[in-house]
Write a protein of this length. Sequence first.
Lengths: 220, 220, 220, 220
Amino acid sequence: MIEKRYKEAFERATDERKEKILEVGIEEFSSKGYENANINVIAKNAGISIGLMYKYFATKEDLFITCLEHGMKILDDALEEIMQCDDKLLVKTERLIRTTCAHSKKNANYIKMYNEITSGRDSDFAKNLAGEIEGSTSRKYITSIAQALAKGDVREDLDPRMFAFFLDNLLIALQFSYTCDYYKERFKIYTGVDVEEMNDEQIIKQLLKFIESAFTFEKK
Amino acid sequence: MIEKRYKEAFERATDERKEKILEVGIEEFSSKGYENANINVIAKNAGISIGLMYKYFATKEDLFITCLEHGMKILDDALEEIMQCDDKLLVKTERLIRTTCAHSKKNANYIKMYNEITSGRDSDFAKNLAGEIEGSTSRKYITSIAQALAKGDVREDLDPRMFAFFLDNLLIALQFSYTCDYYKERFKIYTGVDVEEMNDEQIIKQLLKFIESAFTFEKK
Amino acid sequence: MIEKRYKEAFERATDERKEKILEVGIEEFSSKGYENANINVIAKNAGISIGLMYKYFATKEDLFITCLEHGMKILDDALEEIMQCDDKLLVKTERLIRTTCAHSKKNANYIKMYNEITSGRDSDFAKNLAGEIEGSTSRKYITSIAQALAKGDVREDLDPRMFAFFLDNLLIALQFSYTCDYYKERFKIYTGVDVEEMNDEQIIKQLLKFIESAFTFEKK
Amino acid sequence: MIEKRYKEAFERATDERKEKILEVGIEEFSSKGYENANINVIAKNAGISIGLMYKYFATKEDLFITCLEHGMKILDDALEEIMQCDDKLLVKTERLIRTTCAHSKKNANYIKMYNEITSGRDSDFAKNLAGEIEGSTSRKYITSIAQALAKGDVREDLDPRMFAFFLDNLLIALQFSYTCDYYKERFKIYTGVDVEEMNDEQIIKQLLKFIESAFTFEKK
DNA sequence: GATGAATGAGGTTTCATTCAT
DNA sequence: GATGAATGAAACCTCATTCAT
């Protein structure tokens, strides 16, 4: 479904090389941002010539997208696992938050790239990316909430799509707070504690509390 | 507290000119992003020479920050008004959401600039900005929640700072969804409706419901 | 007499392959010009590897020359047939013009390549090419005119070499006008009609009239 | 009528600088051809920075066109002078040929650039250029011939536009033979003499004879 | 014979910033 | 205060050619 943004030559490269290029690319893009990232540097750090880089990717943008999708896939796979099981929504949610915390730490660079794309750049580009990236995640959330609604596990008057949206907003903000400099500082300003020194469990507990209430609240 | 990033010459300029420069700058930065914005173009569109521009601002970054703060101030003033009154937290919250929607539409460019700074750029830069921008907002939120907690208007077991954080996360995501291309598309993917065609009241109602529950929920 | 510009390996290739390479090369060179033609693309379109291409031709220039000569040979063969017969000069000339029109349409790409070489490139290169290409044609023209002069078929005071030169100038210009974009437009500007929509006979008639007069004019 | 291809900044430059840039540009383009010409070299030789070069011309192509038009203007002005007078067509023609010879020697580089544009490059580009360049020349020729026709100075059965076309073909070929390496060598092959060592008068005499006959011939 | 992965020099273009006037 | 001409480093991308297999 996602259009590939690499050339066939890239497919033919060894796994080791492919991995190296993406790793180096993600490092460069996530640390410097799209505009300031330098393809020549990526090629050099990946141990290949710039000419070969362009045999693999037609443009800087294509390389960026490919790096991005590589990261997104990893995040999406983790999500897939959580959402597939049969647990109740609140259990799923807890695991979701927990996984989000864990992954954000491990895959900080992917999150940074994701943050990068949400700003700047032209409109059409943004739209295409949003479709590619948010599509599968949103479906999973919406389905889970709709199922819970059918089972009576959540309050009757909630709109599944809208609540899925709010839920993801909270999770995205959490991801950024774990990884992106600006959001990290913001986290500290709000909570008074550096995110790296805070006990994950406390965040998880509070956020879960927040979401749980929203889902199951009943007017007295 | 906020270090000014313009030179004294800028202060001496006429209000009209100051306004024009910031307006044009905000337009350029928000539409093209920081890296792709062109300071020579801003000068030309503002009707001054590039030389004078550098008499006013030492670097591109300084101009950007000054534009940013100009926008932030407007947003902050609106917030100030809402938060100062004596209403209950939930009433405040509703007005907060409502104002956020209205302002996002009117001041889309400020929000875009805000989104721009949360990505890319170097660490120290991000930290300083976060401090400048998030400080006053966060204090208002935290204070309001703490007061509500003292009055017994919200559940006893919530952490005011953490909940203020979650609240702001939801509001920021809403702002971006109203203004930034990527988030606009994401909104559509989640809700099925284009944000520009959706009735604000529905968003407000659902989001308020979400937050209200989180604040006042009580275990049965 | 003409130095070959291909390696021995090319001679050993099958006729089919040789033909394909030259055909594809001529297409690429004539449509993009020498500098913008891409030898890697030619190899791919000819169905061989770039490595093999360099087994056949030492450089891009050699491939170009070989393509060029292939085209020239075809044009030259047609000329040979016309000039060999025993007809009077004016009859020959008419057939020459007629053939030129016909061939220009059929072998547009060869003409384009020919046009390409008359510009740019370095001096020695140009000289060698001119010698290779113009030699046999010029001899045929000059001989024919000299014979006509000896027979009294043309005015006594003409210089055979110079008139051959003028004749060929007119024919070359005609060829270009049938094939090269610039000259095609120029033709339209002069005549008011698109060369592709004009009746060949009209051009032939007028040009023949022009040349006939030049050859046979006698002061009253 | 001709769209300018330089920026306003170029107009504001001193005449000395404008002249220098065009002179150096013409030298570079005519000696190396469009593709191989190097803007950096032109800038350096003109004594300005590359950045300023791009303040004057948006692209390499624009610089090229401007150089080209500068050369064309000089040629056109000379033509204008000749064609405006009231002399008979044959007198005009003689002066035309004579001027062409003289100018070709003096302005060899302009002719080379002109030759350069007649090949390669894309179709639309070629068409626009042809319109700009050939338009005024062709009008002058056609008008002069038509007038001569009306006065009975030339044979009745000639088509003014077509004969103007043939006439210009001969003149263009002559120009190229004086200036472009390939055509120079071709001239030598045809006439047996190096164009630079040949007496202009002989060429002029023969060509005039050729054209005169074509114009005034009458069937016996 | 045949492949095609790999190289890297080199060219066009952009734009933040300076400084003489 | 105000101008805007001038700078030049630096980035993306192309493609002829090589060579190990």
